[in-house]
Design a binder for this molecule. Structure first.
Ligand SMILES: *Cc1c(COP(=O)(O)O)cnc(C)c1O
Length: 473
């Protein structure tokens, strides 16, 4: 790269790291900053300046390189580095199970139990009744069987792991029959055909995208068929001229040919949402009652617990799955187990569970309740008293998210904010960079926040964020 004379002069003006470290000694701000953080930030700032000079950035002049400014940049970089990377955010998107924002919030008792188990020793793998080594999986097996009606259960790291483990155990080197309409891809590059290939199962597609019949499955069965698999069409829906084979019919077919039947329920729920005015989502209990041999689902989607992959089903197959050495690589963590056991206990009484499990509470929040919150937030923002800002209440539709209930529109209320002289994109950026980031969305060039997923104690935080933005802008 050609470096011109002016650039050479600027490059020579760049301070050395030692010089910056020396400057920092006279600034109280840096007193308690770890040396490694300071050195890294200093290097980062100098490196950025060097790059800007080489790129011919017009912002960099000999006037823009005084020590005070460089030190200010180092301070900002240190501040960034000292802040945790993974931190709390406010979900103003209205997507209840938002994978990018951490999916489900835990119920209070799940959080409490998690803290106890995290900070103390536990009987994680110790059978207290026998005084001998026990299995970590047994801690949630009873409750899973109790609420689902299944014979046996086990849990792994996540549902993708659960699907993989089951396929690897049951159908390695054998054919797995799946409907073409169920070859799903969910976010984060989880695709049924790919997971199948990695597990050693041989995919046997049957039917068409929109219609698959029982005879399609039956005529695909060969000597080396090891499994009939049904996959919940989590994040999409096929409408119009369609045909599906019910799990019951698949189970009957499996029985006729002595081939096990597995269902990947995806989200998985113990709640019949149609009783709460939402769309019907197949429940775990229904799949058990239909006679599936193995059923897998997530812990942190509609279930409202921690990330986990739950496997339930018949004793004989579950015993084989538990013995697969791969379980060790997919092992569930004790903190997750603690949170999961508590979450599951909330399902013993679904009336209270609908309120104590945040995911269920937010999905079934009455419109009037959301509207009241929206009005409250609107008023708080108006009270800032900045005439540049215009605030309106908007009818929205929230989403369940997490690849569940894709067709469900949940009527909701949001607050839309426009500020003279500040674009919606700038507002959004500002909210992302807030001390406690606020994630909303932009519709029709207006920054909007859906009150369904904003927690009650977060209204004031939002008000303060806007207040700060307006003060600076
Ligand atoms: C979400 C989903 C998975 C993966 O579950 P994770 O818990 O995210 O690993 C697998 N299958 C289906 C059908 C899903 O919807």
């Amino acid at each position: 790269m050609d470096v011109n004379e002016k650039q050479q002069i600027l490059l020579r003006m760049l301070p050395g790291i030692d010089h910056i470290l020396e400057l920092a000694k006279s600034e109280p701000f840096f007193d308690n900053i770890p040396k490694s953080v300071l050195a890294r930030s200093a290097r980062y700032v100098v490196e950025n300046l060097r790059r800007a000079i080489l790129n011919g950035s017009p912002d960099i002049t000999d006037k823009s390189l005084p020590d005070s400014l460089i030190l200010e940049n180092v301070k900002n970089s240190v501040q960034d580095a000292m802040r945790l990377n993974l931190r709390r955010t406010i979900n103003a998107t209205g997507v209840v199970v938002h994978t990018n924002l951490g999916r489900s919030l835990l119920a209070d008792d799940a959080v409490e139990n998690l803290l106890t188990i995290a900070s103390r020793y536990s009987n994680l793998e110790f059978d207290l009744s026998k005084g001998a080594r026990g299995s970590r999986y047994s801690n949630v097996e009873d409750i899973l069987c109790e609420i689902s009606g299944a014979e046996a259960a086990m849990v792994v790291n996540n549902n993708a792991g659960a699907v993989f483990l089951c396929l690897e155990t049951i159908s390695k080197g054998k054919k797995v029959v799946v409907s073409r309409g169920e070859l799903v891809e969910i976010g984060g590059s989880f695709r049924i055909p790919d997971v199948m290939a990695k597990s050693g199962g041989i995919l046997k597609e049957v039917g068409t995208t929109n219609r698959t019949h029982l005879k399609d499955y039956e005529s695909a069965i060969e000597n080396d068929t090891g499994l009939l698999l049904k996959v919940h069409k989590s994040n999409y829906s096929i409408v119009g001229f369609t045909a599906d084979v019910s799990l019951e019919d698949l189970v009957a077919l499996g029985a006729k040919y002595h081939i096990p039947v597995m269902e990947d329920l995806g989200s998985g729920t113990f709640v019949d949402f149609s009783k709460y005015g939402l769309l019907k989502e197949p429940t775990v209990q229904e799949s058990v009652a239909a006679g599936a041999d193995v059923i897998t689902f997530s812990g942190d989607k509609l279930l409202g617990g921690p990330q986990a992959g739950i496997i339930i089903g018949k004793n004989d197959l579950l015993n084989e799955i538990k013995k697969n050495p791969i379980t060790r690589a997919l092992r569930i963590d004790k903190l997750t187990l603690a949170a999961l056991e508590s979450t599951l206990r909330n399902y013993r009484n679904i009336d209270t569970g609908m309120d104590s499990i945040p995911t269920l509470r937010m999905l079934t929040l009455p419109f009037g309740h959301i509207e009241t919150k929206a009005k409250e937030l609107g008023k708080m923002l108006e009270n800032i008293g900045d005439t540049r800002m215009s605030i309106k209440l908007i009818n929205l539709s929230s989403r369940a998210g997490g690849g569940a209930l894709p067709l469900l529109n949940l009527p909701s209320k949001g607050v839309g904010i426009e500020v003279q002289g500040i674009s919606a994109n700038t507002i959004e950026k500002y909210m992302h960079n807030n001390e406690l980031p606020i994630i909303g969305r932009i519709e029709d060039d207006i920054f909007i926040m859906d009150l369904r997923t904003i927690q009650d104690d977060e209204l004031l935080i939002i008000k303060n964020a806007f207040n700060n933005m307006l003060k600076r802008a």
